[in-house]
Ligand binder design. Structure first.
Ligand code: AMO
Length: 443
């Protein structure tokens, strides 16, 4: 009888192991990314999980003869000798002794994905053909970097005693208010797709004190913009026993520093491939909302029409200002007007027209919203009533307040937004593997 022991057998070699196997004959599995026929020999470029490996086919190396079944797109097992690449420093290649075809494509690739980057194909074609365009080394590097960002967030918060949570995405109420909520028929009842894990992360503060979640959230954005998706990954945390909302900004700054370090150390190849300009994060400057408006008026001579929020152009001005004045790619803006913040935001006791909340701007674009929450039951009920909300609809959420919760706060950081600005994309769709926007639900 067969028994499974959980030991993963590895018989093939990865590119990163090549230096240890110079002059040895080894096996490697991968997909034929490209075949470049030369006179008397051919380069067979193999795409593995994270590398693009140069292999050389020549009748001089062995008796093996490549036939026309060996085509681009085949999944193969190669046998060959590892040698140093004489033309490129610190690179190794394989001299092919044999190719076993494990599977073959049914059709030839309709677009060229095996160049260094996708040749200026229109964004719609790129997204329509995502299962194959993601195979392009630069495209896939984007989501490796994205993995690094989410991993850094998770690792850092875990090291700070946060508990990872998974909260429901089908809910009886929306957490963020506004019209951008998806309605769903749930066995004849109307329910909503989660706009954020806000209620649940707060409810879990009296349970675990510090919690975080990395998960999808849904926003029924009705416009086709370059920075909004209808489904995005929200990286959230919530922490109890804060002294002030500065604790949250400090925690986020720590997480961002950790993420940048992780990308430098463990994602160097992707960082180099995409030519990523990693920010140097030292201390992040903090400015109050109204002071920021003042700078925009006085220093940049801009007329302000809305004193309750920023226009995208104003955020860009502030981004420039932070760079010029503090050499910082980041800027915390605090004390947003109460009127524009959700009902759970705590008003500033010193000036209740403003909240103990903040946004983080990265290179002039908002990537985070956060702040201190109301923890007192009566205060929370009062604010909800003043906004015309029905208390009985929020019984579950308010249970947390009713039976006691510590002073707390947290934030939400859009994974695609931060990826987009880190990589300098003009459109957030490039930072989403399979974007959902007003016109797109496939592939
Ligand atoms: P907010 O609604 O500001 O706050 O969202 C937080 C962050 O999520 C990202 N984001 C989006 N990304 C892509 N497409 C969208 N449509 C989109 N909408 C928002 C942004 C934004 O900064 N519950 C609060 C957070 C909190 O206070 O903890 C919330 O969801 O990066």
């Amino acid at each position: 009888m067969d028994k499974i022991n959980g030991l993963i057998q590895k018989v093939t070699v990865d590119y990163k192991d090549f230096p240890e196997h110079v002059n040895e004959v080894v096996e490697m599995k991968g997909i034929i990314h490209r075949i470049r026929e030369m006179t008397g020999f051919a380069f067979v470029i193999i795409r593995t999980a994270r590398d693009v490996v140069q292999c050389v086919y020549s009748p001089d190396f062995s008796d093996y003869r490549m036939d026309d079944k060996v085509v681009e797109g085949c999944a193969v097992k190669l046998t060959g000798k590892i040698v140093k690449d004489e033309t490129r420093e610190d690179r190794y290649e394989m001299q092919i002794h044999g190719i076993e075809v494990l599977s073959s494509p049914a059709e030839q690739m309709p677009i060229v994905i095996n160049k260094k980057q996708l040749d200026n194909i229109p964004i719609d074609l790129n997204l329509n053909m995502r299962p194959v365009t993601l195979r392009n080394p630069k495209e896939r590097a984007v989501f490796k970097i994205q993995e690094g960002i989410a991993r850094g967030f998770r690792e850092f918060l875990t090291s700070q005693n946060f508990t990872e949570i998974h909260t429901p995405k089908i809910n009886a109420q929306g957490a963020e208010g506004g019209a951008n909520i998806f309605k769903l028929d749930y066995f004849g009842k109307q329910v909503f797709l989660a706009q954020s894990p806000q209620f649940y992360k707060q409810m879990l503060v009296p349970v675990y004190e510090r919690v975080f979640e990395i998960g999808p959230v849904f926003r029924a954005e009705h416009h086709d913009t370059s920075r909004h998706l209808n489904e995005y990954i929200s990286m959230d945390f919530e922490m109890g026993f804060i002294e002030s909302f500065y604790d949250i900004m400090n925690m986020e700054t720590g997480a961002l520093k950790y993420i940048v370090k992780l990308l430098k150390e463990e994602y160097a190849e992707e960082v180099a491939l995409l030519n990523v300009n990693l920010p140097e994060i030292n201390d992040i400057p903090v400015i109050k909302f109204m002071d920021a408006k003042d700078i925009i008026i006085k220093k940049y001579k801009k007329k302000i029409t809305d004193f309750r929020d920023f226009e995208p152009e104003e955020e860009q001005i502030l981004g420039k200002w932070a760079k010029q004045e503090f050499n910082s790619d980041f800027l915390f803006v605090t004390h947003y007007p109460s009127e524009k913040r959700p009902f759970y935001a705590m008003d500033d006791p010193a000036d209740p027209e403003y909240t103990l909340s903040f946004d983080l701007l990265f290179r002039g674009i908002e990537i985070t919203t956060g702040g201190q929450r109301i923890h007192d039951y009566n205060e929370q009920v009062k604010k909800m009533l003043s906004r015309g909300m029905k208390i009985e609809d929020f019984e579950g959420y308010l249970m947390a307040h009713k039976y006691g919760m510590p002073p707390h706060g947290g934030l939400g950081l859009g994974l695609e937004r931060i990826t987009m600005h880190l990589l300098g994309f003009k459109n957030v769709r490039y930072a989403s593997m399979f974007p959902r926007d007003i016109n797109r639900v496939t592939p």
